[in-house]
Design a protein around this ligand. Structure first.
Ligand SMILES: Cc1cc2nc3c(=O)[nH]c(=O)nc-3n(C[C@H](O)[C@H](O)[C@H](O)COP(=O)(O)OP(=O)(O)OC[C@H]3O[C@@H](n4cnc5c(N)ncnc54)[C@H](O)[C@@H]3O)c2cc1C
Ligand code: FES
Ligand code: FES
Length: 1335
């Protein structure tokens, strides 16, 4: 064994040399950066590689000559193909080679790699360079152009994702300062944003795309003006890239660090690795090889004694091109493999399709460091994982060279089939060889997933179809592989054998082959989605088979079935009125005040706060859903060094604390556990990792374990409903009207759960103070409520509890009521221990305990006349609310507010009840009840149109409210511009023409169909009972601070209140007031006592109104001074005025409270209308859906800040896309556990799921006499319009069903996942026709 002398890790961090002595081998870079270096720009919400918020750049330090076996990258291109193997050094981020020489290659295309710091082991960055968001620009010294771009284009809302977005994009431009638009579009596939809808981020980043792009109408980050195609950004980028390219010679590449019995050993040759594997085994210890470590978040590995870093073994980093194929070493990242394939596409018909498929594997950050071999080994360990790489490489007949440590490194060349049947103890994948296929062979691969990118396959397949073109028959060496049929990729050997010698263009061959295929590959039900997977077995085979036919023999209607979908570079347009200059800065499109802070990572979120001496808490959670608590034994946890205490209902009682969150809910379950994941206690320890580990050791036993009530069916069977929460509403004479209707239609509409997916999870920090006081830093949208409940919990008056909220990293309603139990648990621990305590939920816990949006089911009966007028509605609505009531969550009571949407229906009979189930209580989520009931109503509109054979928009128009009507909830429509909104969007979107085009498209295409849907919505602002407060201070230097009671969570509240303050105070000074003078402070209950929550879309207006009232008080006081200083018509400047006011002793502090009273027109201050037109294209056979275009129009009155309001339109609509298409909740029927509890299995939209063409507008020339400064809210209404996505898909499915002769009504429930869509289309295999003329 060689000597491993180096036991410290050295690397370059943002230009600084860093040495970490004996680090923890388990530590990941992200934790080190955040906790040890205070670099809190990166966030780590998922720790799974799933969200991209932790993106940093990993680069080589040395750019010295590469070793002798390396050639320049151009040697790997097909152009320089040599007979002998050509070895190519892998990209120089990789480790040093055997000889310790630099692994660098200046010609490599990707020196600087965006990677996920949440997965990257700290030890693995030894000898490299790390750049974080703090390292590229700052508000003090200037923003980097990438940071500036996201600011200028309003690409930040809550800002939690922003540093990750910035670093991904920086990673592109630092390698390539003139990227193409396609490269920019592709770069963000590993970054999720829940707020912005991606459009503004993409628009901002597209400014870096090649300036010669003809269509570059974007704003330049340098000049701030429209791109003139003249600027050379290369200079900027090179300067930044090279600034830190200094050489730093490192000692020996070997490394061994150990801590607490765990070792990290970096082997630098295969021999060393084998020796390490052997000695570890001989010592009876366990070992795991680590390359990218990217698999560790999605499939956490069991603990081991030794981690062997294999990334510095040069043999494993080689890439080579030979006459018979290409090969890559066992540590080569997927990205490098892709580059090799790209350069050698011409060598084999399989290389291009492999490359295309790999673009849909994981995402940039994972591919940049995650290896092909690591993927294969992951699949070997977890057969149920439908690995794309395993499937497509098996289909490409890849061969592996595997070395076995127990055989002293003897190597065996094996196929992937053999590989998956082999015990791999001590095995190292040394090389993967992908043979060149005969030019006559055709190679196809397929994948379906819940999302376009950053989503593992639900099902995949690869086909090598070898054809003897002279004889027109299949050769004997076809290969058919499916992933997701049963564990491990499966070859369809019998089908392959059947095909040999059979005619290629014979439909009977296909029909017989499908039967054989379906017999030999029976889908394993344990993998779920059995029917869908079974269907796809035939579908993928059909697509491959059909693709063999010469295109001119394929009937035109069938051709689109085989055209591979290639998402174009997306684009967008925004439009709004420029506003009124006399009111500026109000009505001006101004970026968020904190956008710069967010883009540089300087913005502080709760967990970024440094709190000296803080302890860390973790919940102990129930693992059953409906049982009595028998015992809780924390002794093992408490025995761990560093664990401080355990708190439970019993201990709270003993300490005389209150365990109640509300009448309905306990902080910790005391007697009975109501749902899986419910908190039964809290472990407090010195570190978070320790608390997490200790919480797992608390032993909880249960008795009387009952079958949980989870679904509507369960609730009906057990008659489990909230008796006092029923809705029973009769308007008119529904029964009589139903009888006299021309047609009576019955149907159902269902929507599922939705998780908020705020990237910043629920959290609190509590700091006890003197005299039993407590400072609570809470991620809440409702500080007053937290203050009240913490006071109750601690048995202390409210004046001793101070709640602070600086900003939230996303909330969308989840941090209203659901922040309370977290803050209470944390405060109880802090009070008991009299020490600061942090309680930060991980994403899995957060998803499990926060119930999300409620599922609804509606059985409807519609009485309708032949002309489309609905005369009567009977609705029976069920809601699955969960185990307890979530404070005042309105739910069923709010149904009449929204269910009518924009329609006047004279007779109603609504009965609704809420199921009490063993699930966490559902809670508010953006547009609660509104979004769900709009969907119900619009389902009915579509159903009526389908039955009457009318255009859906006609049915809508016939029933639409007009000015002077009164809504179902009793709002008199003094103003009603829904028709105007509808007409406007019809016109601007070209709706009528496109409806015809969709019809035409559908008549010309059999299995790819389009749909287009136009949905109008009404939203009601309930602000009459909400109070808000503002306190405005003017300081002697003229600077102004504003405290207000709303919480900034990305909605742009701060900038709107600052605009209003600047307009109001600026009215009495010359040249107005520069907004730079204004700072909006942290929200705190010191100022904001007894106020409403931030939610319901109205907070910005009400807080701005409070600020205006306070500022007007100041203006009144300052007006006399202003007049005195006004000379020759020139008012004083702001500073002159304040100086004079100070000497006059004017009070420069003012406060205002807003409590809007009832409105004469009904329960709401005003109504807002919006509409969307969405066009989709659906692969009817797979269910794959792409949104071609989305137009959304919102009546925002006279917008206070159109940039902010357009951002709300984008964000709300895209959240809706997830709700309606991909965000699937799955619950374990046995115990109520949420199985979709991470980024791995819960899929919110990515940047590649938004419309190809995304247009958001605010209604021009609008004004709202009932709104604040004639504006309207923007946060929720656009969400309601997103159901147009689902209805467009439904129309496409209906068109697909017509192909099989099914003309009946077929509705989709939400979310309409790929699976649901394909099953709804229900195309039998017998309909998968082939060209007849070629027989
Ligand atoms: C967010 C995300 C999305 C993903 N999406 C997809 C997807 O869409 N499709 C898909 O197919 N995959 C997907 N993956 C899986 C991804 O491809 C793998 O995580 C990655 O390839 C693993 O490579 P690694 O180098 O990081 O392996 P590591 O995590 O370092 O190692 C994985 C295993 O392989 C072993 N190992 C590594 N190299 C060798 C070797 N040379 N010899 C022997 N053993 C070795 C390790 O010991 C370990 O047991 C996704 C992963 C993530 C995190
Ligand atoms: S925290 Fe690293 S990807 Fe989500
Ligand atoms: S701004 Fe992207 S998650 Fe909030």
């Amino acid at each position: 064994m060689p000597s491993y002398t180096k036991s410290h890790v050295q690397f370059e961090l943002n230009g600084e040399h860093v040495t970490v002595e004996e680090p923890d081998p388990k530590a990941v870079l992200g934790d080190y950066l955040r906790l040890e270096r205070g670099l809190t720009g990166l966030q780590m919400p998922c720790r799974q590689g799933g969200c991209g918020s932790c993106t940093v750049i990993l680069s080589p330090i040395r750019c010295s000559s590469s070793d002798s076996s390396s050639s320049s990258s151009s040697s790997s291109s097909g152009k320089k193909k040599k007979k002998d193997a050509v070895h190519v050094a892998a990209a120089n981020h990789a480790g040093d080679d055997d000889g310790g020489s630099g692994g660098g290659d200046d010609d490599e295309p990707l020196k600087h790699r965006p990677v996920n710091a949440c997965l990257l082991p700290l030890c693995s960055v030894d000898g490299k360079r790390v750049t974080t968001v703090e390292g590229i620009g700052s508000t003090k010294h200037g923003l980097h152009p990438v940071q500036q771009a996201i600011v200028t284009h309003n690409g930040t809302q809550c800002g939690f994702c922003t540093p990750g977005m910035v670093m991904s994009m920086y990673g592109l431009v630092v390698n390539n300062s003139q990227p193409t638009t396609q490269q920019v579009e592709d770069q963000l596939d590993g970054n999720l944003c829940r707020c912005t809808g991606y459009r503004p981020i993409l628009d901002g980043f597209q400014t870096f795309a090649n300036c010669n792009n003809n269509n570059n109408k974007r704003m330049c980050n340098k000049s701030g003006e429209q791109c003139a195609s003249e600027c050379d950004k290369k200079g900027d980028m090179e300067e930044l890239g090279s600034k830190r390219m200094e050489r730093w010679e490192l000692p020996d590449a070997r490394l061994m660090v150990s801590r607490d019995g765990l070792k990290w050993v970096r082997a630098v040759s295969l021999d060393e690795l084998y020796a390490l594997l052997q000695t570890t085994k001989h010592k009876g210890r366990t070992i795991r090889m680590v390359r990218g470590n990217t698999s560790s978040g999605i499939y956490p590995p069991p603990p081991v004694d030794v981690l062997a870093d294999i990334s510095h073994i040069s043999k494993l980093m080689e890439l080579s091109v030979q006459e018979k194929g290409i090969s890559i070493g066992g540590a080569v990242p997927i990205t490098d493999f892709m580059v090799l394939l790209e350069r050698n596409q011409s060598l084999s018909p399989s290389y291009g399709p492999l490359l295309k498929h790999l673009k849909r594997v994981a995402h940039n950050q994972v591919r940049n460091i995650g290896s092909v071999a690591g993927n294969l080994m992951l699949t070997h360990a977890h057969g149920e994982f439908a690995s794309d790489i395993s499937t497509i490489l098996m289909a490409a007949e890849a061969k592996l060279r595997v070395g076995f440590a127990w055989e002293n490194g003897d190597e065996h060349v094996i196929s992937l089939e053999q590989f998956f049947n082999l015990s791999l103890d001590g095995a190292v994948i040394v090389e993967i060889f992908i043979p060149v296929m005969k030019a006559s062979a055709r190679f196809f691969t397929y994948k379906v997933a819940l999302r376009r990118v950053n989503a593992h396959a639900l099902f995949n397949a690869g086909f090598k179809l070898a054809v003897n073109s002279t004889k027109g028959v299949f050769e004997s060496n076809c290969v058919i592989v499916y992933g997701g049929v049963r564990p491990y990729p499966q070859r369809a050997r019998k089908t392959e054998a059947y095909l040999a010698g059979k005619k290629v263009f014979d439909p009977k061959v296909f029909a017989d082959a499908v039967q054989i295929l379906q017999r030999e590959l029976v889908v394993d039900p344990a993998l779920g989605r059995t029917e869908y997977r079974t269907r796809l077995l035939a579908t993928f085979f059909y697509k491959a088979f059909l693709s063999l036919f010469p295109i001119d023999t394929i009937p035109p209607r069938l051709r689109s079935s085989i055209v591979e979908y290639v998402r174009p570079v997306s684009q967008g347009e925004i439009s709004f009125d420029e506003g009124d200059p006399s009111e500026y800065p109000v009505s001006k499109p101004i970026p968020k005040l904190s956008a710069g802070l967010q883009a540089t990572g300087e913005a502080q979120y709760l967990d970024d706060m440094v709190v000296g001496g803080s302890l860390y808490a973790t919940f102990v959670q129930a693992t059953v859903a409906n049982a009595a608590l028998k015992s809780i034994d924390p002794s093992k946890a408490l025995a761990m060094k560093g664990v401080i205490t355990f708190i439970s209902a019993a201990s709270l009682k003993a300490d005389k604390y209150c365990n109640l969150v509300s009448e309905d809910e306990e902080v910790f379950a005391s007697e009975r556990v109501l749902y899986y994941g419910q908190a039964v206690g809290l472990i407090v320890a010195n570190t978070k990792a320790l608390a997490d580990e200790a919480a797992k050791l608390v032993v909880v036993t249960y008795s009387d374990v009952q079958k949980p009530i989870l679904t509507f069916e369960d609730a009906i069977a057990a008659d489990s409903f909230y008796e006092d929460r029923r809705v029973d509403l009769q308007i008119g004479t529904p029964e009589i009207a139903m009888q006299s209707a021309d047609v009576v239609i019955e149907g159902q509409a269902s929507v599922g759960h939705q998780y908020h997916f705020h990237l910043e999870t629920q959290r609190a920090i509590c700091i006890p103070g003197e005299d039993n006081s407590m400072d609570v830093y809470s991620s809440t949208q409702n500080p007053s409520q937290v203050q009240h409940c913490v006071g109750v919990g601690l048995n202390q008056p409210q004046h001793k509890i101070t709640v602070h909220v600086k900003r939230l990293g996303g909330a969308y309603g989840s941090k209203l009521n659901r922040a309370v139990p977290i803050a209470m648990a944390c405060a109880l621990a802090a009070d008991k221990l009299q020490k600061p305590v942090k309680l930060i939920l991980d994403i899995g816990t957060n998803m499990q305990v926060v119930g999300g949006r409620s599922p609804y089911h509606c059985d409807y009966k519609i009485g309708v006349m032949k002309d489309g007028r609905i005369t009567s509605l009977q609705l029976r609505i069920l809601n699955n609310h969960g185990a307890h009531f979530d404070f005042e969550y309105p739910m069923l009571e709010a149904i009449p507010v929204f269910i009518d949407n924009v329609y006047k229906i004279p007779n109603w009979d609504i009965k609704g009840k809420a199921a009490r189930t063993n699930l966490p209580a559902c809670t508010w989520m953006r547009g609660p009840v509104f979004v769900e009931t709009v969907f119900m109503m619009e389902t009915m509109m579509e159903h009526v149109a389908s039955v009457l054979g009318m255009a859906p928009d006609l049915v809508r128009e016939v029933n639409m409210y007009k000015k002077g009507d009164t809504t179902l909830a009793g709002q008199y429509l003094e103003f009603c511009n829904v028709k105007e909104v509808l007409d406007s969007i019809k016109e601007s979107s070209g709706y009528e023409t496109r409806v015809k085009q969709v019809k035409e498209f559908n008549s010309l295409n059999q299995w790819v169909k389009r749909g287009i849907s136009l949905i109008p919505v009404k939203f009601s602002a309930s602000w009459t009972a909400v109070q808000h407060i503002a306190l405005v201070n003017i300081y002697p230097d003229g600077s102004i601070s504003i405290h207000q009671s709303g919480c900034e969570m990305g909605q742009g509240l701060d900038v709107k209140v600052a605009q209003v303050a600047a307009m109001t105070l600026g009215s009495i000074v010359e040249g107005g007031l520069d907004m730079a003078n204004i700072k909006v402070q942290t929200t705190t209950t010191v100022i904001a006592n007894n106020v409403g929550e931030s939610g319901g879309s109205v907070t910005s207006e009400l807080c701005a109104m409070a600020v205006q009232v306070a500022c007007n008080k100041l203006v009144e006081r300052l007006r006399v001074t202003s007049r005195m200083l006004t000379t020759l018509g020139r008012k004083p400047s702001w500073h002159e005025l304040i100086e004079a006011a100070l000497t006059s002793g004017i009070d420069l502090q003012a406060r205002a409270r807003i409590y809007p009273g009832p409105n004469q027109n009904g329960p709401f201050q005003y109504l807002s209308f919006a509409a969307a037109v969405t066009e989709v294209e659906v692969d009817i056979l797979t269910g794959d859906t792409r949104i071609l275009r989305g137009d959304i129009l919102l009546d925002c009155g006279k917008s206070l800040n159109p940039a902010i309001d357009i951002g709300q339109v984008h964000g709300a609509y895209v959240q809706g896309i997830g709700y309606y298409l991909s965000e699937e909740y799955q619950i374990d029927a046995a115990n109520g556990k949420l199985t979709t509890n991470s980024t791995w299995n819960y899929k919110v939209p990515s940047s590649k799921d938004i419309p190809h063409d995304f247009r958001a507008s605010l209604l021009p020339n609008s004004s709202n006499p009932s709104g604040f400064l004639r504006s309207k809210f923007s946060g929720e209404p656009p969400y309601g319009t997103a159901c147009s996505v689902l209805f467009a898909v439904q129309q496409a499915v209906a068109a697909g069903r017509e192909e099989i002769g099914a003309n009946d009504w077929c509705s989709l429930s939400a979310p309409a996942t790929v699976e649901k869509v394909a099953l709804a289309a229900n195309v039998p295999t017998s309909f998968l026709s082939l060209p007849l003329q070629s027989q």
